[in-house]
Design a protein around this ligand. Structure first.
Ligand SMILES: Nc1ncnc2c1ncn2[C@@H]1O[C@H](COP(=O)(O)OP(=O)(O)O)[C@@H](O)[C@H]1O
Ligand SMILES: N[C@@H](CC(=O)OP(=O)(O)O)C(=O)O
Length: 392
């Protein structure tokens, strides 16, 4: 197998941990696998270096300074591998066959990076390359970075461009867990998780794998997260399933839009629970929920509209917190997911402005970390879809 193994800061946080990392790499190499290693800075070294830049440093100087964390790690790991009789070499920006290049605006130069990565891949049988994560080389030979958490990006990008079978992210958790194991008790490994689920989680706090790295995940490349104490690079942990995709998708069937009003909605516990439980008890599926100042809107399949209205009306009559329920005309939903949606300030107006110019009234807009859902009148759906598709 061809594997890219990425060791995060925690997994290289001390000499003991570097030994452990080198043992796991050596075992995989001795089993006949082709391994490329990506290393982050030891422990919190990047944060420590950044916090010591107390002067007004130029970007190039800043990148040079923070690059030292990863530069130390690759030397440590290379030496630890050599001490086990494993032929290894380290690669850092400036090395003769350094692979990752950024263009004039700091974005990865895909063509050049692919070309150089092919060369690194071709030499995998000779010595284990130990590559600095997080770092890249500008067109003028300067050091650039891929943003915080960028070592994950280095690993998944190289995995894709090297046609690796698998990228293994070695970190301080057993994998993606049911909750943050450093906070909640009894968290357990979820085993498998989809790219979009994990992108949402990592944009919103559970940064087990940096979200920008997951943009490089395609269906052919396996990505797995394992604990540094696990020892075996080639088994266990959490598998990240599926592929990152850009999608503009229209729900085929119309939705009914049911709005419940009530002045106490926001300050009375249990109101939302009782409404959604009542719908759930009658097998009415909720496609989406939006909340206003004194309202909650449920989007359900139009076929369920009458039943849903009857159920919600029963709840309104039974609750002092609620005043009334109403149903609106059939609604369409167009969802935009993927892309670099969450990273772009102004992306929502980029999506919404052309709709305004076309005089399409937005019924509702619901955003998540990685998606924007546009609710429009059923008759406006084709035009909305066309305008939105043109943007992506
Ligand atoms: N649901 C979750 N599952 C696993 N880890 C989680 C979750 N939510 C938050 N985390 C946190 O994500 C952290 C892993 O990211 P990070 O510290 O960047 O690792 P590394 O330094 O190895 O790159 C874990 O230490 C853990 O506290
Ligand atoms: N050292 C860099 C890159 C990185 O990805 O680190 P880690 O793998 O430890 O999250 C940073 O702190 O941003």
């Amino acid at each position: 197998m061809r594997v890219v193994a990425k060791f995060g800061g925690t997994s290289l946080g001390s000499g003991d941990r570097i030994n452990r990392a080198a043992d796991s790499i050596a075992a995989a190499v001795e089993d006949g696998h082709e391994i490329a290693v990506v290393a982050s800075a030891m422990g919190s070294m990047t944060d420590d270096l950044l916090s010591e830049i107390t002067f007004d440093a130029e970007e190039e100087d800043r990148s040079q300074i923070v690059s030292m964390g990863e530069r130390i790690s690759v030397r440590m790991l290379k030496a630890a591998l050599a001490s086990r009789g494993i032929d290894a070499r380290f690669l850092e920006p400036g090395s003769e066959d350094w692979p990752i290049v950024t263009d004039d605006i700091g974005e990865v130069d895909v063509e050049e990076t692919r070309r150089r990565t092919d060369e690194v891949a071709a030499s995998l049988g000779e010595a284990v390359p130990v590559i600095t994560g997080f770092l890249a080389e500008g067109t003028d030979g300067s050091v650039t970075t891929l943003g915080r958490g960028g070592s994950d990006t280095t690993a998944v990008m190289l995995g894709k461009y090297m046609h690796a079978d698998e990228v293994v992210i070695v970190t301080d958790v057993e994998g993606v867990m049911t909750g943050d194991p450093h906070v909640v008790e009894g968290a357990r490994n979820v085993g498998e998780i989809s790219v979009d689920e994990l992108r949402n989680l990592s944009f919103r706090g559970a940064e087990v794998v940096a979200p920008s790295a997951l943009s490089y995940k395609d269906g052919k490349l396996d990505v797995r997260v394992v604990h540094y104490q696990h020892g075996d690079l080639l088994s266990g942990g959490t598998s990240i399933e599926g592929e990152f995709s850009n999608l503009v998708d229209m729900r085929e069937r119309p939705l009914a839009c049911l709005t419940v009003a009530g002045r106490a909605i926001r300050n009375q516990p249990g109101v939302f629970q009782s409404l959604s439980a009542a719908l759930g008890d009658s097998e009415v599926n909720i496609d989406a929920v939006a909340s206003g100042l004194d309202t909650i809107t449920f989007y359900v399949d139009e076929e369920d509209a009458e039943q849903a209205e009857t159920i919600l009306h029963r709840e309104v009559v039974a609750s002092d917190a609620l005043s009334s329920v109403t149903v609106d005309a059939p609604t369409a939903v167009i969802r935009v997911t993927g892309g670099e949606l969450p990273n772009q300030p102004g992306i929502v107006s980029e999506i919404v402005d052309p709709l305004g110019e076309a005089h399409i009234n937005l019924h509702d807009i619901i955003t998540s970390a990685t998606s924007v859902a546009l609710f429009v009148r059923w008759d406006d759906r084709e035009e909305t879809l066309e305008i939105t598709q043109e943007l992506f």
